[in-house]
Ligand binder design. Structure first.
Ligand SMILES: NC(=O)c1ccc[n+]([C@@H]2O[C@H](COP(=O)([O-])OP(=O)(O)OC[C@H]3O[C@@H](n4cnc5c(N)ncnc54)[C@H](OP(=O)(O)O)[C@@H]3O)[C@@H](O)[C@H]2O)c1
Length: 316
């Protein structure tokens, strides 16, 4: 089968489209998907998983058709169904013509969009939902700051918040994306390039940061004393994964702060699919590259300022 590989090590990775990889066989309750398209989150190249796997195949989000089940599968899905999936952080291997999924990773694909468009959604939909629900404990009437609001995860977070009652949604994005973010439901939009933007937002109940680094550091100035900061920006802050205390928390001891790695969730993925089909969630704009242009696809996915999420198409 065709599959993308990341060769080399994490400091000098090389994307290699391999045309003759071995097709996997589902075991236990696994599901084999004939992948039509797979999404790329550019920073995946600095995630450790592909470097530890013998196949070196990256990719955590796919859209395709179910083609086979392992012998112990007992769920309700059937061969031939169109599905999309988030392959758990420790698994991946989605950027291939065939990919193995676990039952809790798969949901029915939105009917109203293409496989290429569906493949862009699993990570952004699940990350935004998990951040706001499980980690941020966001409730109606709160003030929430989203950084990276024009990115794939940010766009989903802004839309989910805009559906809740009485919210004050503040979005941080480059000026060229302000109209788009407002149109998705943000009430206030700020520009990173405006020096002192962090002083313009005060008393946020929750900050959901998708950028990290300097932006995350400044976000501490925006959150209220007993507020919450949730971040997924890459690279992860030094305090993530048990790395100690955030330096800012010395002066702001009541602020709760969390970094997390997104988990599979069939129910939330299914909700996302229905929301796309009923028009309550807008799809992402995508740029599709054929498998043979995987190298170019990854290079584009790593660019800052690009308008679209990047997907690799295996099957039209
Ligand atoms: N931990 C997890 O489970 C998890 C899950 C999903 C994503 N992530 C990570 O979360 C981040 C966002 O993912 P995504 O798919 O939404 O990425 P994306 O579509 O590339 O969006 C990134 C956004 O961040 C902004 N940005 C980038 N660099 C910036 C900087 N130096 N200063 C200010 N803004 C900056 C960009 O804004 P402009 O282009 O408008 O400037 C863009 O809107 C990535 O690092 C990704 O790896 C982690």
């Amino acid at each position: 089968m065709k599959a993308v590989q990341i060769l080399g090590d994490i400091s000098s990775p090389e994307i290699f489209p391999n045309w003759s990889m071995e097709k996997p066989k589902p075991k236990g309750s696994q599901i084999l998907i004939h992948v039509h398209a797979a999404g790329i989150t550019g920073d995946e190249i600095i995630w450790p998983e592909p470097y530890a796997s013998p196949t070196r195949i990256p990719g955590h989000e796919i859209s395709g058709v179910i083609c086979e089940f392992g012998p112990d599968y007992t769920g309700s899905l059937i061969v031939g169904q169109e599905v999309f999936a988030f392959l758990g952080a420790n698994r991946g291997q989605g950027q291939a013509e065939y990919a193995i999924c676990l039952p809790d990773e798969v949901a029915l694909k939105p009917k109203s969009i293409s496989h290429a468009e569906a493949a862009a959604l699993p990570i952004p939909v699940l990350t935004a939902r998990e951040a706001l629900t499980d980690h941020g404990s966001v409730k109606s009437g709160m003030k929430v700051l989203i950084t990276g609001a024009s990115g794939a995860v940010g766009v989903m977070a802004v839309q989910l918040l805009a559906r809740m009652d009485g919210m004050e949604v503040v979005a941080l994005a480059s000026a060229r994306n302000h109209e788009m973010v407002k149109d998705l439901g943000a009430h206030e939009v700020l520009d990173y390039n405006f020096v002192g933007w962090e002083r313009e937002v005060q008393g946020a109940d929750v900050v959901f940061d998708t950028v990290g680094g300097d932006v995350l550091a400044k976000a501490w100035e925006c959150v209220k004393d007993d507020g919450v900061i949730v971040t997924v920006g890459d690279p992860a802050p030094a305090w993530a994964f048990g790395g100690g205390q955030a330096p800012e928390s010395i002066d702001r001891p009541r602020v709760r702060y969390e970094h997390f790695i997104v988990s599979p969730n069939t129910e939330w993925l299914g909700d996302g699919s229905e929301m796309i089909d009923d028009g309550s969630l807008r799809k992402l704009s995508v740029q599709a590259f054929p498998f043979g242009k995987a190298k170019e696809a990854w290079a584009y996915a790593r660019e800052r300022g690009r308008k679209d999420k990047v997907v690799i198409v295996f099957e039209d």
